[in-house]
Design a protein around this ligand. Structure first.
Ligand code: ATP
Ligand code: MG
Length: 432
């Protein structure tokens, strides 16, 4: 289509890399000599995704293609944005601005692969290597340093020595990058098959600029029968034991975030971390907010941190109580986090610990299957019933429902209309 108008077009970047690796690409990026307004004229359905940078999304057969004009990035004055972008007629100019050799290949169904920087060999050698001089490239855009680790994690590659050294040397420049862009790379790294590469974020010095609390974990030993690692290495082990889900891996990162601040060594030389889940939940909120995460993520992750170390006897009543506090839709994540936490500890009493979480899960499943109330909405009455019964509109309604839930969580057989309405009136009378 583009070529019938006398222009060139190539698949480029991640999709070429993924195809060579035999993986299905996430998305298709097309690079072309045509200008955005020409692309818009050639296709029926287009979206101006980043028109000032030359990107138009073309919708075709239910798929999206990001079509970007060959471009040279102008001078980077601030370590994150080019001052201006210039369109060019040369594919090689466009490849030159890309971050890593494995991301800087283009493919054309007839003309074949265009690989100027040895990306194909680096794919085979499993190497992440900057295009050109790494120090210069990281000076242009400091985010590339974090991307190097993210791609190494995603592809299970090593980072070529000069590239890695440049990351270490330039790591402080990451401070110039917006929290949103950093967040996106960190989440991708965490969701990869190699979350242990979070260790490199610390070792290269990158986290010092946006997440110093992470670094502190690696400087915090744990002298205890339950542990065989410092807090940082324990956290890495927990991450590796967790399934690749966003909430869980984030909860893994943060579950012991307050240990450095709560560590106390007793007379026998053993370390204790009293209160670390509560303080950790608060720190998690602050840090996730600073990293520009959304409120739903902040709430769930901090709740998991807060309850990760609770060890109630595995009874149905305790499980109802726990569910009423943390939220029933978070129980499965909590159990999974607890199991990973145990796997990341020493093998002291490991089987017993795992057995106890297993029992908790079983008890909770039976709470669910028997339909026992763990949420306000599970109660046999609702706010409207209270209004109809003559309790006045206002915050008292919510308070009464909470009190009723507390009762019913302890004694599920009391979850019936007549009894709850009676109790509601009692509370109401008592308050007056
Ligand atoms: P993914 O499969 O994770 O999306 P990707 O390679 O498509 O991987 P993107 O972040 O979507 O990664 O970027 C698409 C392409 O744009 C990259 O392959 C690379 O060629 C180029 N690119 C993206 N960000 C940068 C950057 N900060 N500096 C230089 N080139 C970049
Ligand atoms: Mg992509």
């Amino acid at each position: 289509m583009i070529e019938s108008h006398g222009h060139e077009a190539y698949a480029v970047g991640g999709c070429v890399r993924d195809c060579i690796l035999g993986k299905t690409p996430n998305d298709w990026d097309i690079t072309t000599s045509a200008r955005p307004k020409e692309i818009k004229a050639y296709f029926n359905r287009t979206i101006d995704t980043g028109i000032e940078h030359g990107t138009v999304t073309v919708r075709m057969r239910g798929e999206s293609f990001e079509v970007t004009t060959y471009r040279i990035d102008g001078d980077y004055e601030d370590g994150r944005h080019p001052k201006e972008v210039t369109f060019t007629g040369k594919l090689s100019d466009d490849l030159l601005r890309r971050d890593f050799t494995v991301n800087a290949m283009a493919y054309h169904p007839v003309k074949g692969l265009v690989d100027i920087f040895g990306g194909y060999d680096d794919l085979n050698g499993k190497v992440i290597r900057a295009v050109g001089d790494p120090t210069a490239r990281f000076t242009e855009d400091a985010l590339r340093m974090l991307r190097a680790i993210r791609f190494a994690a995603k592809l299970d590659f090593t980072i070529e020595e000069a590239t890695y050294d440049a990351v270490r040397k330039m790591s402080a420049n990451l401070a110039k990058i917006s929290r949103e862009r950093i967040q996106a790379e960190i989440v991708k790294l965490l969701l990869s098959d190699h979350p242990e590469r979070m260790r490199d974020v610390y070792r290269t010095g990158l986290s010092a600029s946006f997440f110093p609390e992470w670094d502190a974990l690696f400087a915090t030993p744990q002298h205890s029968v339950h542990h065989c690692f410092d807090v940082g290495e324990h956290t890495i082990a927990v991450l590796c034991a967790l399934p690749p889900e966003r909430i869980l891996r984030l909860a893994g990162v943060f579950h012991d975030i307050a240990k450095p601040l709560t560590r106390r060594t007793d007379a026998k030389g053993r370390d204790h971390f009293v209160g670390h889940p509560q303080l950790g939940a608060q720190m998690t909120k602050d840090i996730l907010r600073r990293m520009k995460f959304d409120n739903a993520t902040i709430d769930t992750v901090s709740a998991l941190v807060k309850y990760h170390d609770e060890r109630p006897a595995p009874t149905k009543r305790n499980m109802r109580r726990l569910a009423a506090r943390i939220g029933s839709d978070r129980m499965e994540a909590l159990f999974t986090l607890k199991e990973a936490d145990i796997v990341g500890q020493s093998d002291h009493e490991r089987e017993e610990k795992l057995q106890s979480v297993k029992k908790m899960r079983e008890e909770y499943l039976s709470v669910v299957s028997e339909g026992e109330a763990v949420r306000i909405s599970d109660l046999a009455i609702n706010g409207k019933d209270l209004l109809d019964a003559g309790i006045p509109q206002g915050r008292e309604i919510g308070e009464i429902l909470k009190l009723l839930l507390k009762k019913v969580v302890d004694t599920p057989e009391e979850n019936n209309r007549t009894y709850l309405l009676e109790q509601a009136w009692l509370y109401h009378e008592l308050k007056r």
